[in-house]
Design a protein around this ligand. Structure first.
Ligand SMILES: [Zn+2]
Length: 145
């Protein structure tokens, strides 16, 4: 992003755009033990005007997306990512618009954060990554669906 947005500004936009998250954890079975290997954090938001449009070039949608990206960018600094050697990728889905049947086919934009980690080195975590990320989302006032 060209200009950093202040956290309080982003938080008020989270409310305005009804930003929520969906978590998609992926587990693997290793030695009879279920282990979390990756997590997709999907951030979804929409603007109030013209709720049912489907125009990927919409400037208001682009602004919603920039807010979602600001949240995604803040995540590594506010969680224990670095201490836990996690890697993450952000996919801004920049040319697509979602249509949410659960919200009356409202159009929305989303940003996905893919988090991966590797426990094969026997490393143990100070904090469970899933609760760590949930705490981060709660701290920003983003509820989960
Ligand atoms: Zn729009």
């Amino acid at each position: 992003m060209a200009t950093p947005v202040s956290k309080s500004r982003v938080q008020s936009l989270i409310t305005e755009y009804g930003v929520f998250s969906q978590l998609w954890p992926q587990f693997e079975q290793t030695d009879g033990e279920r282990q979390l290997v990756s997590l997709e954090v999907e951030l979804i938001g929409s603007h109030a005007s013209d709720r049912n449009h489907l125009d990927p070039a919409c400037p208001a949608c682009r602004h919603v997306r920039s807010v979602l990206l600001a949240i995604a960018d803040a995540m590594p600094g506010e969680t224990s990512f670095h201490r836990n050697y996690l890697t993450y990728n952000i996919d801004s889905h920049s040319n697509s618009i979602l249509c949410l049947p659960a919200l009356g086919n409202r159009s929305a934009v989303s940003v996905s954060i893919y988090v991966f980690w590797n426990r094969s080195n026997g490393q143990s975590f100070e904090t469970d990554p899933l609760s760590d990320i949930k705490a981060f989302l709660n701290g920003w006032g983003i509820h989960q669906r």
